[in-house]
Design a protein around this ligand. Sequence first.
Ligand code: PRT
Length: 109
Amino acid sequence: MTDSSILHRLAETIEARKNTGSSNSYVVKLLTNGQDKILKKIAEEAAETIMASKDGNTAHVVYEIADLWFHCLVLLAHHGLKPEDVLHELERREGISGIEEKLSRKTGQ
Ligand SMILES: N=c1c2ncn([C@@H]3O[C@H](COP(=O)(O)OP(=O)(O)OP(=O)(O)O)[C@@H](O)[C@H]3O)c2ncn1[C@@H]1O[C@H](COP(=O)(O)O)[C@@H](O)[C@H]1O
């Protein structure tokens, strides 16, 4: 069974790429081209996810979300963050209804 450990292994690979200058590495290329290139890829992959979803092509949705998650991991690494930081935030939100949370923001409670 596949579990979230691939996120951690991938984040470790991305982190290790920071210390190599390998010209064969797509991750090195992204990290050295700077934040704007990473953000552009995230926007592209998000748009491609939307199109796949509108087409009702579920295999394509999975493929595009994998691209999106991968580029989000590169963005996290750019900021010195790890998947754990996002997973902890999701854990913190666990059980808090989105509707209640939005309401509490509006009423300041
Ligand atoms: N999971 C991924 C992964 N997902 C997507 N991609 C790349 O992300 C890019 C997606 O962009 P597009 O589909 O728009 O392709 P493109 O038009 O060629 O991209 P651009 O020229 O616009 O940058 C492609 O080049 C994919 O190969 C990935 N590249 C790498 N990984 C992982 O990262 C590891 C390290 O990669 P390297 O640093 O390249 O060794 C790999 O072993 C994989 O585990």
